[in-house]
Design a protein around this ligand. Structure first.
Ligand code: PMP
Ligand code: GLU
Length: 394
Protein backbone atom coordinates (compact mmCIF):
# COMPACT_ATOMS: atom_id res chain seq x y z
CA UNK A 1 0.00 0.00 0.00
CA UNK A 2 1.34 3.41 -0.82
CA UNK A 3 0.27 6.44 1.19
CA UNK A 4 -2.24 8.68 -0.51
CA UNK A 5 -0.86 11.97 -1.69
CA UNK A 6 -3.18 14.94 -2.10
CA UNK A 7 -4.69 15.40 -5.52
CA UNK A 8 -3.34 18.91 -5.84
CA UNK A 9 0.13 17.51 -6.48
CA UNK A 10 -0.90 16.00 -9.78
CA UNK A 11 0.83 17.96 -12.51
CA UNK A 12 3.18 19.74 -10.07
CA UNK A 13 6.78 18.94 -10.86
CA UNK A 14 9.84 19.53 -8.72
CA UNK A 15 11.47 22.92 -9.26
CA UNK A 16 13.72 22.59 -12.31
CA UNK A 17 15.89 25.49 -11.16
CA UNK A 18 16.33 24.15 -7.63
CA UNK A 19 17.05 20.68 -9.09
CA UNK A 20 19.79 22.24 -11.25
CA UNK A 21 21.35 23.96 -8.22
CA UNK A 22 21.39 20.58 -6.47
CA UNK A 23 22.83 18.75 -9.51
CA UNK A 24 25.71 21.19 -9.58
CA UNK A 25 26.34 20.75 -5.86
CA UNK A 26 26.33 16.96 -6.30
CA UNK A 27 28.67 16.99 -9.31
CA UNK A 28 31.08 19.22 -7.41
CA UNK A 29 31.04 16.84 -4.45
CA UNK A 30 31.94 14.09 -6.95
CA UNK A 31 34.94 16.13 -8.05
CA UNK A 32 33.61 17.32 -11.44
CA UNK A 33 34.83 20.82 -12.30
CA UNK A 34 31.46 22.21 -13.27
CA UNK A 35 31.15 25.69 -14.64
CA UNK A 36 27.65 26.55 -13.53
CA UNK A 37 25.53 28.98 -15.50
CA UNK A 38 22.26 27.36 -14.52
CA UNK A 39 21.38 28.86 -11.17
CA UNK A 40 20.03 32.29 -10.36
CA UNK A 41 22.36 32.79 -7.45
CA UNK A 42 24.70 35.78 -7.08
CA UNK A 43 28.31 34.72 -6.44
CA UNK A 44 28.96 37.83 -4.31
CA UNK A 45 29.17 37.72 -0.55
CA UNK A 46 26.45 39.54 1.37
CA UNK A 47 27.41 43.23 1.98
CA UNK A 48 29.44 43.69 5.18
CA UNK A 49 27.01 46.05 6.99
CA UNK A 50 24.25 43.46 6.60
CA UNK A 51 26.38 40.66 8.04
CA UNK A 52 27.61 42.88 10.88
CA UNK A 53 24.08 43.87 11.84
CA UNK A 54 22.82 40.28 11.88
CA UNK A 55 25.83 39.09 13.89
CA UNK A 56 25.36 41.85 16.42
CA UNK A 57 21.64 40.96 16.66
CA UNK A 58 22.57 37.31 17.29
CA UNK A 59 25.20 38.21 19.86
CA UNK A 60 22.79 40.60 21.54
CA UNK A 61 20.27 37.81 22.07
CA UNK A 62 17.86 38.82 19.32
CA UNK A 63 16.86 35.20 18.81
CA UNK A 64 13.16 35.09 19.60
CA UNK A 65 9.88 35.25 17.72
CA UNK A 66 9.14 38.64 16.25
CA UNK A 67 5.68 40.01 15.45
CA UNK A 68 4.30 37.89 12.62
CA UNK A 69 4.32 40.81 10.20
CA UNK A 70 7.96 41.56 10.96
CA UNK A 71 9.94 43.85 13.25
CA UNK A 72 8.68 47.47 13.14
CA UNK A 73 12.09 48.83 12.00
CA UNK A 74 12.08 46.60 8.93
CA UNK A 75 8.41 47.27 8.14
CA UNK A 76 9.16 50.99 8.28
CA UNK A 77 12.29 50.60 6.13
CA UNK A 78 10.29 48.68 3.53
CA UNK A 79 7.46 51.25 3.52
CA UNK A 80 10.01 54.11 3.21
CA UNK A 81 11.79 52.35 0.39
CA UNK A 82 8.53 51.71 -1.47
CA UNK A 83 7.54 55.38 -1.08
CA UNK A 84 10.84 56.95 -2.09
CA UNK A 85 12.10 54.49 -4.71
CA UNK A 86 8.89 53.10 -6.15
CA UNK A 87 6.20 55.72 -5.66
CA UNK A 88 4.14 53.13 -3.79
CA UNK A 89 2.47 54.20 -0.55
CA UNK A 90 1.70 51.58 2.08
CA UNK A 91 1.10 51.88 5.79
CA UNK A 92 3.98 50.09 7.56
CA UNK A 93 1.56 48.92 10.27
CA UNK A 94 -1.05 47.36 7.96
CA UNK A 95 0.30 47.16 4.41
CA UNK A 96 3.51 45.09 4.66
CA UNK A 97 4.48 41.58 5.76
CA UNK A 98 8.11 40.52 5.96
CA UNK A 99 8.40 36.90 4.84
CA UNK A 100 11.07 34.20 4.94
CA UNK A 101 11.92 34.63 1.20
CA UNK A 102 10.22 36.15 -1.81
CA UNK A 103 9.09 32.63 -2.66
CA UNK A 104 7.10 32.48 0.55
CA UNK A 105 5.70 35.96 -0.17
CA UNK A 106 4.55 34.82 -3.61
CA UNK A 107 2.98 31.64 -2.28
CA UNK A 108 1.19 33.65 0.40
CA UNK A 109 0.03 36.21 -2.18
CA UNK A 110 -1.35 33.52 -4.48
CA UNK A 111 -3.00 31.68 -1.58
CA UNK A 112 -4.64 34.95 -0.55
CA UNK A 113 -6.38 35.40 -3.90
CA UNK A 114 -6.86 31.91 -5.40
CA UNK A 115 -9.49 29.35 -4.44
CA UNK A 116 -9.29 25.79 -5.76
CA UNK A 117 -10.39 25.80 -9.38
CA UNK A 118 -9.51 29.48 -9.92
CA UNK A 119 -7.18 30.63 -12.65
CA UNK A 120 -4.19 32.93 -12.65
CA UNK A 121 -2.67 34.18 -15.87
CA UNK A 122 1.09 33.68 -16.06
CA UNK A 123 2.93 35.26 -19.00
CA UNK A 124 5.53 32.79 -20.28
CA UNK A 125 8.40 32.03 -20.53
CA UNK A 126 8.23 32.50 -16.76
CA UNK A 127 10.10 31.50 -13.65
CA UNK A 128 9.28 27.89 -12.83
CA UNK A 129 7.56 28.34 -9.48
CA UNK A 130 4.54 30.46 -10.43
CA UNK A 131 2.56 27.67 -12.12
CA UNK A 132 3.71 25.15 -9.52
CA UNK A 133 2.48 27.36 -6.67
CA UNK A 134 -0.90 27.73 -8.36
CA UNK A 135 -1.02 23.93 -8.73
CA UNK A 136 -0.20 23.41 -5.05
CA UNK A 137 -3.17 25.63 -4.23
CA UNK A 138 -5.50 23.56 -6.43
CA UNK A 139 -5.72 26.48 -8.84
CA UNK A 140 -4.63 26.63 -12.46
CA UNK A 141 -1.96 28.77 -14.11
CA UNK A 142 -3.03 29.80 -17.59
CA UNK A 143 0.01 30.59 -19.71
CA UNK A 144 0.00 33.70 -21.87
CA UNK A 145 2.82 32.98 -24.29
CA UNK A 146 4.94 35.98 -25.21
CA UNK A 147 7.12 36.20 -28.26
CA UNK A 148 10.78 37.00 -28.67
CA UNK A 149 9.92 38.97 -31.80
CA UNK A 150 8.02 41.46 -29.57
CA UNK A 151 10.84 41.48 -27.01
CA UNK A 152 8.62 39.39 -24.67
CA UNK A 153 6.35 42.41 -24.16
CA UNK A 154 3.00 41.78 -22.59
CA UNK A 155 -0.02 43.10 -24.49
CA UNK A 156 -3.69 43.57 -23.77
CA UNK A 157 -4.55 41.38 -26.77
CA UNK A 158 -2.62 38.37 -25.43
CA UNK A 159 -4.14 38.84 -21.98
CA UNK A 160 -7.75 39.27 -23.15
CA UNK A 161 -7.50 35.92 -24.94
CA UNK A 162 -6.74 34.17 -21.63
CA UNK A 163 -9.52 35.51 -19.41
CA UNK A 164 -12.35 33.26 -18.24
CA UNK A 165 -14.92 33.68 -15.48
CA UNK A 166 -12.47 31.83 -13.18
CA UNK A 167 -9.59 34.26 -13.69
CA UNK A 168 -8.68 35.97 -10.43
CA UNK A 169 -5.14 37.23 -10.84
CA UNK A 170 -2.27 38.01 -13.17
CA UNK A 171 1.39 37.45 -12.30
CA UNK A 172 3.85 40.05 -13.57
CA UNK A 173 7.61 39.72 -13.14
CA UNK A 174 9.73 42.75 -13.93
CA UNK A 175 12.65 42.56 -14.64
CA UNK A 176 11.74 39.11 -15.87
CA UNK A 177 13.37 35.76 -15.24
CA UNK A 178 14.28 34.19 -17.69
CA UNK A 179 13.75 36.70 -20.54
CA UNK A 180 15.35 39.81 -19.03
CA UNK A 181 12.41 41.92 -20.21
CA UNK A 182 11.70 45.12 -18.26
CA UNK A 183 8.21 46.60 -18.16
CA UNK A 184 7.75 49.99 -19.81
CA UNK A 185 5.06 52.54 -19.04
CA UNK A 186 2.80 51.85 -22.01
CA UNK A 187 2.85 48.15 -21.25
CA UNK A 188 2.20 48.81 -17.56
CA UNK A 189 -0.81 51.01 -18.38
CA UNK A 190 -2.28 48.26 -20.55
CA UNK A 191 -1.83 45.72 -17.76
CA UNK A 192 -3.51 47.92 -15.18
CA UNK A 193 -6.44 48.72 -17.52
CA UNK A 194 -6.83 44.99 -18.14
CA UNK A 195 -6.78 44.16 -14.42
CA UNK A 196 -9.33 46.89 -13.64
CA UNK A 197 -11.64 45.79 -16.45
CA UNK A 198 -11.68 42.18 -15.23
CA UNK A 199 -11.37 42.97 -11.52
CA UNK A 200 -8.14 40.99 -11.12
CA UNK A 201 -5.41 41.14 -8.50
CA UNK A 202 -1.93 41.88 -9.83
CA UNK A 203 0.77 39.78 -8.16
CA UNK A 204 3.94 41.63 -9.09
CA UNK A 205 7.35 40.07 -8.50
CA UNK A 206 10.02 42.79 -8.45
CA UNK A 207 12.90 40.75 -7.05
CA UNK A 208 15.30 41.80 -9.87
CA UNK A 209 14.34 45.47 -9.52
CA UNK A 210 17.90 46.64 -8.76
CA UNK A 211 19.49 44.74 -11.64
CA UNK A 212 18.87 46.96 -14.66
CA UNK A 213 21.04 47.97 -17.60
CA UNK A 214 21.55 50.86 -20.02
CA UNK A 215 20.10 53.43 -17.63
CA UNK A 216 16.69 51.75 -17.46
CA UNK A 217 14.46 52.57 -14.51
CA UNK A 218 12.24 50.19 -12.65
CA UNK A 219 8.52 50.83 -12.78
CA UNK A 220 6.34 49.43 -9.97
CA UNK A 221 2.88 48.54 -11.22
CA UNK A 222 1.39 49.55 -7.85
CA UNK A 223 2.45 53.16 -8.52
CA UNK A 224 0.12 53.51 -11.51
CA UNK A 225 -3.26 55.21 -11.04
CA UNK A 226 -5.92 52.66 -10.08
CA UNK A 227 -3.40 49.88 -9.42
CA UNK A 228 -2.58 50.18 -5.70
CA UNK A 229 -5.90 48.80 -4.45
CA UNK A 230 -5.48 45.59 -6.47
CA UNK A 231 -1.73 45.00 -6.42
CA UNK A 232 0.36 42.75 -4.21
CA UNK A 233 3.99 43.74 -4.63
CA UNK A 234 6.53 41.04 -3.86
CA UNK A 235 10.23 41.62 -3.41
CA UNK A 236 13.17 39.92 -1.75
CA UNK A 237 16.74 40.35 -0.63
CA UNK A 238 18.26 37.32 -2.40
CA UNK A 239 19.28 38.92 -5.67
CA UNK A 240 19.90 42.64 -5.01
CA UNK A 241 21.88 42.03 -1.82
CA UNK A 242 23.31 38.55 -2.55
CA UNK A 243 21.34 37.09 0.36
CA UNK A 244 19.95 33.86 -1.11
CA UNK A 245 20.71 31.79 1.99
CA UNK A 246 19.18 34.30 4.41
CA UNK A 247 15.64 33.71 3.13
CA UNK A 248 14.12 37.17 3.39
CA UNK A 249 11.45 38.91 1.34
CA UNK A 250 8.27 40.91 1.70
CA UNK A 251 4.74 41.38 0.49
CA UNK A 252 3.10 44.81 0.31
CA UNK A 253 -0.36 45.93 -0.70
CA UNK A 254 -3.81 47.11 0.36
CA UNK A 255 -4.86 46.41 3.93
CA UNK A 256 -7.67 43.89 3.23
CA UNK A 257 -5.39 41.64 1.18
CA UNK A 258 -2.48 41.99 3.60
CA UNK A 259 -4.72 41.19 6.59
CA UNK A 260 -5.79 37.97 4.91
CA UNK A 261 -2.20 37.16 3.90
CA UNK A 262 -1.09 37.64 7.50
CA UNK A 263 -3.21 34.65 8.48
CA UNK A 264 -1.17 32.47 6.12
CA UNK A 265 2.02 33.73 7.71
CA UNK A 266 0.75 33.37 11.30
CA UNK A 267 -0.43 29.82 10.77
CA UNK A 268 2.55 28.57 8.79
CA UNK A 269 5.92 30.17 9.51
CA UNK A 270 5.03 32.71 12.26
CA UNK A 271 7.71 35.15 11.16
CA UNK A 272 10.97 35.59 9.31
CA UNK A 273 14.07 34.88 11.44
CA UNK A 274 14.65 37.69 13.94
CA UNK A 275 18.36 38.39 13.30
CA UNK A 276 17.83 38.01 9.54
CA UNK A 277 15.27 40.82 9.72
CA UNK A 278 17.88 43.04 11.42
CA UNK A 279 20.20 42.31 8.50
CA UNK A 280 17.34 43.30 6.20
CA UNK A 281 17.16 46.76 7.79
CA UNK A 282 20.88 47.24 7.12
CA UNK A 283 20.44 46.06 3.53
CA UNK A 284 17.71 48.61 2.83
CA UNK A 285 19.43 51.49 4.57
CA UNK A 286 23.20 50.92 4.30
CA UNK A 287 24.01 48.80 1.25
CA UNK A 288 23.27 51.07 -1.72
CA UNK A 289 26.98 51.27 -2.60
CA UNK A 290 27.32 47.49 -2.62
CA UNK A 291 24.24 47.18 -4.83
CA UNK A 292 25.65 49.70 -7.31
CA UNK A 293 28.97 47.84 -7.45
CA UNK A 294 27.23 44.52 -8.07
CA UNK A 295 25.05 46.10 -10.77
CA UNK A 296 28.16 47.43 -12.56
CA UNK A 297 29.75 44.00 -12.41
CA UNK A 298 26.59 42.33 -13.79
CA UNK A 299 26.66 44.84 -16.66
CA UNK A 300 30.22 43.81 -17.55
CA UNK A 301 29.29 40.13 -17.30
CA UNK A 302 26.27 40.72 -19.54
CA UNK A 303 28.55 42.14 -22.26
CA UNK A 304 30.93 39.23 -21.94
CA UNK A 305 28.17 36.61 -22.02
CA UNK A 306 25.99 38.02 -24.78
CA UNK A 307 28.86 38.84 -27.13
CA UNK A 308 30.37 35.37 -26.69
CA UNK A 309 27.01 33.68 -27.28
CA UNK A 310 26.28 35.72 -30.37
CA UNK A 311 29.63 34.65 -31.81
CA UNK A 312 28.67 30.98 -31.64
CA UNK A 313 27.34 29.37 -34.81
CA UNK A 314 23.59 28.80 -34.68
CA UNK A 315 23.08 30.85 -31.51
CA UNK A 316 21.44 34.27 -31.18
CA UNK A 317 20.88 36.21 -28.01
CA UNK A 318 19.18 39.54 -27.35
CA UNK A 319 20.62 41.85 -24.69
CA UNK A 320 18.64 41.32 -21.49
CA UNK A 321 17.26 44.65 -20.22
CA UNK A 322 17.41 43.54 -16.60
CA UNK A 323 18.03 40.56 -14.24
CA UNK A 324 21.12 38.40 -14.75
CA UNK A 325 20.12 35.87 -17.37
CA UNK A 326 20.89 35.53 -21.07
CA UNK A 327 18.01 33.78 -22.81
CA UNK A 328 19.72 32.39 -25.90
CA UNK A 329 17.98 31.05 -28.99
CA UNK A 330 19.80 27.83 -29.92
CA UNK A 331 17.49 26.61 -32.69
CA UNK A 332 20.14 27.27 -35.31
CA UNK A 333 22.36 24.58 -33.78
CA UNK A 334 19.90 21.88 -34.79
CA UNK A 335 19.61 20.79 -31.15
CA UNK A 336 16.61 20.94 -28.85
CA UNK A 337 16.93 22.97 -25.66
CA UNK A 338 17.32 19.80 -23.61
CA UNK A 339 19.76 18.31 -26.12
CA UNK A 340 21.85 21.48 -26.07
CA UNK A 341 21.92 21.60 -22.26
CA UNK A 342 22.75 17.89 -22.04
CA UNK A 343 25.66 18.15 -24.51
CA UNK A 344 27.02 21.11 -22.61
CA UNK A 345 26.90 19.10 -19.41
CA UNK A 346 28.23 15.82 -20.83
CA UNK A 347 30.93 17.20 -23.10
CA UNK A 348 31.96 20.43 -21.41
CA UNK A 349 30.72 20.23 -17.79
CA UNK A 350 28.87 23.52 -18.28
CA UNK A 351 25.36 23.74 -16.81
CA UNK A 352 22.57 25.88 -18.25
CA UNK A 353 18.79 25.79 -17.77
CA UNK A 354 16.78 24.43 -20.73
CA UNK A 355 14.09 26.87 -21.93
CA UNK A 356 11.08 24.51 -21.69
CA UNK A 357 11.45 24.54 -17.88
CA UNK A 358 10.06 28.07 -18.15
CA UNK A 359 6.89 26.96 -19.91
CA UNK A 360 5.26 27.77 -23.23
CA UNK A 361 7.61 29.59 -25.60
CA UNK A 362 10.74 28.18 -23.96
CA UNK A 363 11.56 25.45 -26.48
CA UNK A 364 14.54 26.39 -28.61
CA UNK A 365 16.06 28.50 -25.82
CA UNK A 366 18.46 27.98 -22.96
CA UNK A 367 18.95 30.28 -19.99
CA UNK A 368 22.50 31.14 -18.97
CA UNK A 369 22.96 32.91 -15.66
CA UNK A 370 25.69 35.53 -15.52
CA UNK A 371 25.49 35.75 -11.75
CA UNK A 372 28.66 33.62 -11.98
CA UNK A 373 32.12 35.25 -11.82
CA UNK A 374 33.84 36.54 -14.95
CA UNK A 375 36.41 33.77 -14.58
CA UNK A 376 33.68 31.11 -14.64
CA UNK A 377 31.96 32.88 -17.53
CA UNK A 378 35.17 33.07 -19.56
CA UNK A 379 35.90 29.41 -18.90
CA UNK A 380 32.38 28.40 -19.88
CA UNK A 381 32.48 30.48 -23.04
CA UNK A 382 35.80 28.90 -24.02
CA UNK A 383 34.42 25.39 -23.50
CA UNK A 384 31.31 26.38 -25.46
CA UNK A 385 33.31 27.64 -28.45
CA UNK A 386 35.26 24.38 -28.55
CA UNK A 387 32.02 22.41 -28.53
CA UNK A 388 30.41 24.66 -31.11
CA UNK A 389 32.86 23.49 -33.75
CA UNK A 390 31.19 20.08 -33.43
CA UNK A 391 27.53 21.08 -33.62
CA UNK A 392 28.02 23.29 -36.68
CA UNK A 393 26.58 20.51 -38.82
CA UNK A 394 23.20 21.62 -37.30
N1 PMP B 1 11.07 35.37 -8.13
C1 PMP B 1 11.93 35.13 -9.12
C2 PMP B 1 11.59 35.63 -10.48
C3 PMP B 1 13.11 34.42 -8.91
O1 PMP B 1 13.95 34.20 -9.91
C4 PMP B 1 13.39 33.96 -7.61
C5 PMP B 1 14.66 33.19 -7.40
N2 PMP B 1 14.64 32.16 -6.59
C6 PMP B 1 12.46 34.23 -6.59
C7 PMP B 1 11.31 34.93 -6.89
C8 PMP B 1 12.60 33.74 -5.19
O2 PMP B 1 13.60 34.36 -4.48
P1 PMP B 1 13.84 34.05 -2.92
O3 PMP B 1 12.85 33.01 -2.53
O4 PMP B 1 15.25 33.57 -2.83
O5 PMP B 1 13.61 35.31 -2.20
N1 GLU C 1 15.37 31.82 -8.93
C1 GLU C 1 16.59 31.17 -9.25
C2 GLU C 1 16.49 30.56 -10.63
O1 GLU C 1 15.56 30.82 -11.35
C3 GLU C 1 17.08 30.22 -8.17
C4 GLU C 1 16.38 28.91 -8.02
C5 GLU C 1 14.96 29.06 -7.59
O2 GLU C 1 14.72 29.43 -6.44
O3 GLU C 1 14.11 28.83 -8.44
O4 GLU C 1 17.38 29.87 -11.03
Amino acid sequence: MSPRIAQRFSGVERSATVALLETVQRLRRDGVEVLDLSGGEPDFTTPAPVVAEAVSALEGGDTHYTPSRGVPELLRAVADKLATENGVRVDPATGVIVTPSAKQALFTALMTVLDPGDEVIVPTPAWVSYPAMAGLLGARAVPAELSAADGFRLSRRVLEDRVTERTRALVVNTPANPTGHVLDRAEAEEIVAFAVRHDLVLVVDEIYEKILYDGRRHLSLASLPGAAERTLTVNGFSKAYAMTGWRLGYLAGPEPLISAALKVQEHTVSCAASFVQRGGVAALTRAAGDVAAMRAEYAARRELTVSALTALPGVTCAQPEGAFYAFADVRGTGLTSAGFAQRLLDEAAVTVAPGPAFGAGGEGYVRLSFAASREVLRGAVERLSRLAARWEVG
